[in-house]
Design a protein around this ligand. Structure first.
Ligand code: AMP
Length: 286
């Protein structure tokens, strides 16, 4: 496995592989790898000849007061995990090479970025789509892999890839969870032991929402209220949002029908965690 920190070297390597007729799979990450990231690599490995993973803590997707400075980093450990999962090249650019003095081009997906995390983290998705567009330009992947864990991000990137005619196929893979249901996340390492226990309430509350919908509940407000009640029982929690939206435009729904995304962001102590499920309602209960 190679580790490449130079943008033009990375682009040259891709050119060589493409000339040999090899397909390129791409897994963009911010590092501090866990099984969620590795599941993307393992699938990429099955579909494509060369798997490239970027590790880049992208400064422009963090707002003021967010955790850019303390975001966990461990390149050595990441190299071991990525290597054993089958990554061929780690692309590890520096912020000063990605955003040199005078940098002034940004990609913004309108509408889809207004609700959910876009509402509580203004500018976040502009940072994400900008870096992913740049990475696509450098790595020129055939297929890029994203996690359902960041549901809004995946939907926005799919739209960007299509709108900008990138030619990159976007695949979204299921959320990998700990045994108690907590979605794996690099940010889970911020949690104290008791916060870690409390954090499992996020997925438990989503499972409860699913149960209510399966039993016939269609009133989005009532389902949201049920999730809220469960989460509020944990004194370490502070709810950022709990929303039920359609999966096309990400707009709040009043009545649950068709396919909906149930998404939430909750602070456990000082750590902001997100999770979601997609629920399909096939036939309405009378
Ligand atoms: P990050 O390093 O947090 O920016 O995540 C990089 C990629 O891994 C994104 O596409 C995430 O959605 C995906 N990812 C993060 N956590 C998980 C998880 N628990 N299960 C599946 N994919 C994940």
């Amino acid at each position: 496995m190679k580790v490449v920190d130079n943008i033009s070297r990375m682009a040259t390597l891709v050119k060589i592989h493409k000339k040999e007729g090899k397909s390129v799979g791409f897994v963009p990450t911010m590092g501090y790898l866990h099984e969620g990231h590795l599941s993307l690599v393992k699938t990429a490995k099955k579909h494509t000849d060369v798997v490239i993973m970027s590790i880049f803590v992208n400064p422009i997707q963090f707002g003021p007061g967010e955790d850019l400075a303390k975001y966990p980093r461990d390149l050595k450990h990441d190299e071991e995990l990525a290597g054993s999962a089958g990554v061929d090249i780690i692309f590890y650019p520096s912020a000063k090479d990605m955003y040199p003095p005078g940098y002034c081009t940004y990609v913004n997906v309108e509408g889809l970025t207004d609700n959910l995390c876009g509402r509580s983290r203004p500018g976040h998705f502009r940072g994400v789509t900008t870096v992913v567009a740049k990475l696509f330009g450098i790595v020129k992947p055939d297929i890029a892999y994203f996690g359902q864990k960041d549901a809004q991000q995946a939907i926005i990137i799919k739209k960007m890839a299509e709108d900008l005619n990138t030619g990159v196929e976007i695949k979204v893979l299921p959320t990998v969870r700990e045994v108690d249901g907590l979605a794996m996340s690099s940010r889970n390492m911020y949690l104290s032991a008791s916060e870690r226990e409390d954090a499992s309430i996020l997925y438990q509350s989503l499972e409860q929402a699913e149960y209510l919908i399966d039993k016939g509940e269609r009133d989005a407000k009532k389902v949201i209220k049920a999730i809220e009640t469960m989460i509020k029982e944990k004194t370490s929690s502070k709810i950022d949002y709990i929303s039920i939206v359609d999966t096309k435009e990400l707009k709040d729904v009043d009545t649950i029908s068709g396919e909906v995304l149930i998404a939430l962001a909750v602070f456990i102590g000082k750590t902001r965690l997100i999770d979601n499920i997609i629920k399909k309602v096939t036939a309405d209960v009378k």
